[in-house]
Design a protein around this ligand. Structure first.
Ligand SMILES: Nc1nc2c(c(=O)[nH]1)N[C@H]1C(S)=C(S)[C@@H](COP(=O)(O)OP(=O)(O)OC[C@H]3O[C@@H](n4cnc5c(=O)[nH]c(N)nc54)[C@H](O)[C@@H]3O)O[C@H]1N2
Ligand SMILES: Nc1nc2c(c(=O)[nH]1)N[C@H]1C(S)=C(S)[C@@H](COP(=O)(O)OP(=O)(O)OC[C@H]3O[C@@H](n4cnc5c(=O)[nH]c(N)nc54)[C@H](O)[C@@H]3O)O[C@H]1N2
Ligand code: SF4
Ligand SMILES: [Mo]
Length: 725
């Protein structure tokens, strides 16, 4: 018998965006513990509870570890050959009868953390043909932000982030990094970095309807839900009317005079009834942003998912620009990769995406696509509405749209009418419970990785790769391996499929997307440029010589507009008719009669969207879902702390216990999302914790989907709250 082997392997967490360094304890080939990596240059011994608890996910007895086939008696284990052959036959037949328009793919959030998954999803969803439907969690998360960049800089990939390490005034809107650990901003120990700002004499101002965990540690400026556009238009109005326009703005952008006209009708007195913010506070904020040499406004999830998310993201950047804070140290900056020639690639892609934005519309609802993705709020209708390009086959990878998009019940109904539905997941969740097959995937510690998505959002430019820490659990395979195997078995002849099939015939399961990732590392800042830069980085060197990762530059390079703006002359473009139209809708916004309150979301330290409610460590103390509302709103409704309330919107209702606080804007109720595990999914602990799907209160009507980016409307939902029973 071989001796008991215990290894300590450096790797990194890929649940959320800081990608904290981890040390995995591997005993006899089994992952038995995770602890924070003290030698990681940035996370330096920090990891949150979710990261530590992930060992319980890897070894979860409820995990899917063999291919599952749905039968009349529930799911049954089948072999990979049986599953993939049947899926391939059925998919080929659907393609023969209906073409690529009958195929849909939903790519969920964890896919963004896996290069294998990204390449697999793209190869299938786009490779099967130009009529296919592609959805992702982006339309509940980032599409509005990306589209604002497409308008301003010509490319959705040019997303500015606050220069956290050097700023002296950080204005945060709609973000709660003390709980979320930061988003569109990869900054391990983000809370410490924010306290550093205060320590060096600077300020952090948090605009949020709730005195969030972040607001509580810094300066809170309460704002009514979904009113950020009004506030930002007023900040701009003050900057223009007080002559605070920075000269740099003139040199960077076209359309300043146009912008001045758009905001002229929004002095702070006019917007106060919407925002609840006193005019003097707005003026002080505008002056501080103009007068502080190193200042940045940053907005995130809360500002992306209102009724005008694209407009809000656009206005945040406009404020940064006008105040002279764009692309300067300590301001709002572009964390570029420094790949030679990238500029020309981005220009071509930017131009093509701008063209297709004008031309392509969704079949149902006539909404635009952002980075090639349709609004997931409309997925159910794309399945249920007959006609050309009706979805008959749906693949769901790393997603749980039944709990994450508006009106999950509608999606559940639609899913049952599909001819083929396939899930790729660690669990049977509320969505893939409707699948014909659920295919077992490797968890993040069972695959090699490099987090391509997050490289250009790093507050400190940094590179780390990992090899798989343990072998796949059970029969799990990577998404790439599963999908290329499936493509090999299908008889569909598209250019992408033919190439992949040929490669796969030669290489079998050795066919990997890793060379693409390696190329990116080698070409980017710090890379070996294929031998041109001695001692530079590549995947292998990172893995062998820098197992804890390595910082490639102390700060983000600034003065890069020429690289990132893809418009001719590299000038930021402010004037857009779509933006005028959106500003116009602000004037027409009305309340919903009978629904005087507004609902917002609330992330929790021990949840990750819908999928970590099965880890015992995270569910200790019989944790349940609970809402938060203001004591005064409760008093007038005879609601007592800790009791059940019914929350009703024009679209649905849920019952949930509520706690009371003074730390929320009156008229607001906050409800965490991702709950509502009702036993359809296979996760036993999550099912016991129950809760409700808050997205039953959201609308999937195309008229309620944000018009420019197709964003799901998830904040500022009109509701009424009553005692239950
Ligand atoms: N613990 C934990 N961490 C997570 C996740 C998780 O589920 N749990 N999810 C991950 C994911 S997928 C993402 S995208 C990120 C998101 O991370 P963040 O972008 O930081 O988003 P949230 O934590 O949702 O915080 C949004 C804040 O916006 C406020 N808000 C709501 N509506 C409005 C509004 O109209 N205006 C303004 N100004 N504020 C508003 C809310 O009160 C809340 O405090 O978090 C990631 N990290
Ligand atoms: N009301 C409301 N709704 C929201 C939000 C909100 O703030 N409020 N936030 C929105 C946001 S920001 C997001 S990102 C979405 C998230 O929405 P989704 O991405 O649709 O769903 P998740 O809950 O993240 O589910 C992720 C699934 O991936 C699986 N998984 C985990 N790791 C892997 C892996 O490596 N491979 C594979 N194949 N599967 C894996 C998990 O088991 C889980 O089933 O929710 C959105 N919905
Ligand atoms: S903060 Fe995010 S990346 Fe860091 S350990 Fe927690 S879950 Fe993992
Ligand atoms: Mo997200």
């Amino acid at each position: 018998m071989s001796p008991h082997a215990v290894e300590q392997k450096p790797t990194f967490c890929r649940i959320c965006e800081p990608l904290c360094g981890m040390i995995a304890t591997v005993e006899d080939g089994r992952l038995t513990a995770l602890r924070p990596d003290k030698d990681h240059p940035l996370s330096a011994g920090f990891a949150c509870q979710k990261g530590i608890a992930f060992a319980e996910v890897v070894n979860d007895p409820d995990r899917v570890t063999t291919p599952l086939k749905r039968t009349d008696n529930g799911f049954e284990a089948v072999s990979w050959d049986e599953a993939l052959d049947d899926i391939a036959t059925r998919a080929t037949e659907i393609h023969r009868r209906h073409g690529s328009g009958a195929f849909g793919w939903y790519m969920g959030n964890p896919a963004a953390f896996s290069y294998s998954h990204l390449f697999a999803a793209m190869s299938f969803a786009k490779g099967i043909g130009g009529d296919s439907h592609f959805f992702s969690s982006s339309s509940q998360d980032t599409s509005s932000r990306l589209l604002a960049s497409q308008f301003l800089y010509g490319s959705p990939m040019a997303v500015p982030i606050p220069d956290l390490i050097r700023t002296d005034l950080l204005v945060m809107m709609g973000a709660n990094p003390v709980v979320s650990h930061g988003s569109f901003l990869t900054a391990p120990r983000i809370k410490d970095r924010m306290h550093d700002i205060v320590k060096r004499g600077g300020r952090v101002v948090v605009l949020d309807p709730r005195r969030s965990e972040t607001a509580a540690q810094f300066e809170w400026l309460g704002i009514a839900p979904d009113a950020d556009a009004y506030l930002l238009l007023s900040v701009l109005q003050v900057l223009f009317s007080e002559g605070l326009i920075d000269r740099r703005a003139q040199s960077q952008a076209d359309g300043l005079e146009w912008l001045r006209r758009q905001c002229a009708q929004f002095p702070p007195e006019v917007t106060q009834p919407h925002t609840g913010i006193a005019p003097e506070a707005v003026r002080a904020l505008a002056r501080d942003l103009a007068d502080t040499p190193r200042a940045a406004v940053y907005g995130r999830l809360g500002t992306c998912v209102g009724r005008n998310g694209t407009l809000v993201a656009y206005l945040i950047d406009a404020v940064n620009l006008v105040a002279g804070n764009l692309d300067v140290p300590g301001g709002s900056v572009f964390s570029t990769l420094g790949i030679p020639g990238q500029k020309w690639g981005s220009r071509l892609m930017g131009a093509s995406l701008r063209r297709s934005y004008r031309k392509k519309r969704t079949r149902v609802g006539g909404l635009p696509l952002v980075i090639g993705a349709e609004p997931a709020a409309l997925m159910a209708k794309e399945i249920a509405t007959s006609g050309n390009r009706q979805i008959k086959a749906l693949f769901v990878g790393a997603g749980n749209p039944v709990l994450s998009v508006p009106n999950g019940a509608e999606l559940e109904d639609a899913a049952e009418s599909l001819e083929l539905m396939v899930g790729l997941d660690l669990y049977v969740n509320e969505t893939n419970a409707h699948c014909d097959y659920v295919l077992p995937v490797t968890s993040m510690y069972e695959r090699d990785d490099f987090a391509i998505t997050f490289q250009q959002f790093q507050a400190t430019p940094f590179r780390q790769v990992t090899e798989a820490v343990v072998d796949p659990v059970g029969q799990a395979r990577t998404e790439w391996d599963i999908i290329t195997d499936l493509i090999e078995r299908m008889k569909v002849r598209t250019p992408v499929f033919l190439v992949l099939r040929r490669l796969r015939k030669g290489l079998g399961r050795r066919l990997s997307a890793r060379p693409m990732v390696d190329m990116m590392i080698r070409m980017a800042d710090g890379g070996d440029r294929f031998g041109l830069r001695r001692g530079g980085l590549n995947f292998r060197r990172l893995s062998r010589e820098h197992p804890h990762g390595t910082v490639v530059a102390p700060n983000i390079r600034t003065g890069v507009l020429d690289e990132v703006v893809t418009y001719r002359g590299a000038r930021v473009q402010l004037a857009h008719k779509d933006i005028v139209d959106e500003i116009g809708t602000l004037a027409r916004r009305g309340g919903a009669e009978g629904f005087p309150m507004r609902m917002i979301g609330m992330r929790e330290p021990r949840s990750e969207n819908s999928w970590m409610h099965n880890a015992p460590l995270l569910m200790r103390g019989d944790r349940i879902q609970s809402a938060v509302m203001h004591v005064d709103d409760a008093a007038v409704r005879a609601i007592e702390a800790g009791t059940q309330v019914v929350v009703r919107s024009p679209y649905g209702k849920v019952a949930i216990p509520v706690s009371l606080t003074h730390d929320i804007m009156p008229g607001t109720i906050a409800v965490p999302h991702g709950w509502g595990h009702r036993g359809t999914g296979g996760w036993r602990i999550a099912n016991r914790a129950g809760g409700v799907n808050v997205n039953q209160l959201m609308s999937s009507d195309p008229a309620d989907v944000e018009a420019l980016a197709g964003m799901a409307w998830l904040t500022g939902i009109p509701v009424e709250v009553e005692p239950a029973g």
